[in-house]
Design a binder for this molecule. Structure first.
Ligand code: 5RP
Length: 231
């Protein structure tokens, strides 16, 4: 089975938690794309759900597939949010934002009663941080914000490259909210809660990709099948 097949199986497993009449949040990324695709099949078969997207990319896919969509303003409380992750650590702590949608993803996840993470088993890690942590920042004063993050990281014993996404190839990545992403190569984050609190306190940081205490369960697919991990 390819990694893509595993992602689809994880998405299929999460779909079993979707019931008629639910208010759903749709994630972003290649695994979430499988979920939206499979959800659309169920909708064509008569399932009634109303959805909110976590990115323009997912919005376009869901619209194209005929899924009923609304805004988070019109439907501010959701039953379930389903999304992928870049890393799944202890206690279902997550790194997200590899696709650059972390701000809307976190807002939608926080509006949901439950969040189910879908992933292939390569995403499971004993310690977060091998995947560069995405931090969404406002473009104004970006260098000052970066220096503040470097100082915070130093105080917490973290170091590593901190790169503006896309800058090295001349195509700076701009998020759906018009912000930039700093990808922080910390390699291991021993105390994610401490780092999360420090980042939130820095003016210029809009949001970070540490999702702590948000996921209720994960459907993780490997060659032997899908394992459900509860928090
Ligand atoms: C997007 C995300 C994605 O969920 C994450 O990057 C995982 O992506 P994929 O399912 O393509 O591996 O956080 O911002």
């Amino acid at each position: 089975m390819s990694t893509d097949d595993l992602k689809r199986e994880a998405a299929r497993a999460a779909l079993r938690h979707v019931e008629d009449g639910m208010r759903l949040g749709l994630g972003t990324g290649s695994t979430a794309e499988h979920f939206v695709d499979l959800l659309a099949e169920r909708v064509r078969g008569g399932l009634k759900v109303t959805c909110v997207s976590s990115s323009e990319r997912t919005q376009a896919q869901a619209e194209r597939l005929g899924i009923s969509l609304t805004t988070l303003d019109a439907m501010p409380e959701l039953d379930l949010y389903v999304d992928g992750a870049d890393e799944i650590g202890p206690g279902l702590s997550l790194i997200k934002g590899g696709g650059g949608a972390l701000l809307r993803e976190k807002i939608v996840a926080s509006a949901a009663r439950r969040m189910i993470v879908i992933a292939d088993e390569s995403k499971l890690v004993p310690v977060l941080g091998a995947f560069p942590l995405p931090i969404e920042v406002v473009p104004f004063g970006l260098e000052a914000t970066r220096i503040a993050i470097v100082r915070l990281a130093g105080r917490l014993g973290l170091s590593g490259l901190m790169l503006v996404r896309g800058a090295t190839n001349g195509h700076v990545f701009v998020t759906d909210g018009g912000h930039r992403i700093l990808d922080c190569h910390f390699s291991h984050i021993d105390n994610p809660a401490e780092l999360a609190a420090g980042l939130t306190a820095i003016p210029g940081v809009v949001e970070h990709g540490l999702f702590l205490g948000l996921a209720s369960a994960a459907c993780v697919a490997g060659p032997g099948g899908v394992r459900v991990i509860d928090r």
